[in-house]
Design a binder for this molecule. Sequence first.
Ligand SMILES: Cc1cc2nc3c(=O)[nH]c(=O)nc-3n(C[C@H](O)[C@H](O)[C@H](O)COP(=O)(O)OP(=O)(O)OC[C@H]3O[C@@H](n4cnc5c(N)ncnc54)[C@H](O)[C@@H]3O)c2cc1C
Length: 53
Amino acid sequence: MGHIQVNDFKKTNVPGVFAAGDNTTPMRAVAAAVAAGTMAGAMINHELIVEDF
Ligand SMILES: Cc1cc2nc3c(=O)[nH]c(=O)nc-3n(C[C@H](O)[C@H](O)[C@H](O)COP(=O)(O)OP(=O)(O)OC[C@H]3O[C@@H](n4cnc5c(N)ncnc54)[C@H](O)[C@@H]3O)c2cc1C
């Protein structure tokens, strides 16, 4: 259906790239988009804080 494929943590198969909301699911609703965006944001934060510089 043309959606971006993500796992349960909203991660794509491209390192460092996450997706959330209408572009990932046929369930188009504000509540679903907000929940998905919250998960993506939390996981992005996690990846950043565990990354070694
Ligand atoms: C007419 C209509 C009525 C709806 N009514 C309801 C309702 O009553 N209740 C409900 O829960 N949901 C409703 N929805 C669904 C809801 O609007 C969406 O599920 C929700 O907005 C999805 O949020 P999103 O952030 O994933 O995407 P969007 O809100 O679509 O945000 C995506 C953003 O990305 C921007 N963008 C696109 N391409 C690029 C680019 N290349 N570069 C930079 N920015 C880009 C767009 O301009 C847009 O601002 C409705 C949708 C429509 C179309």
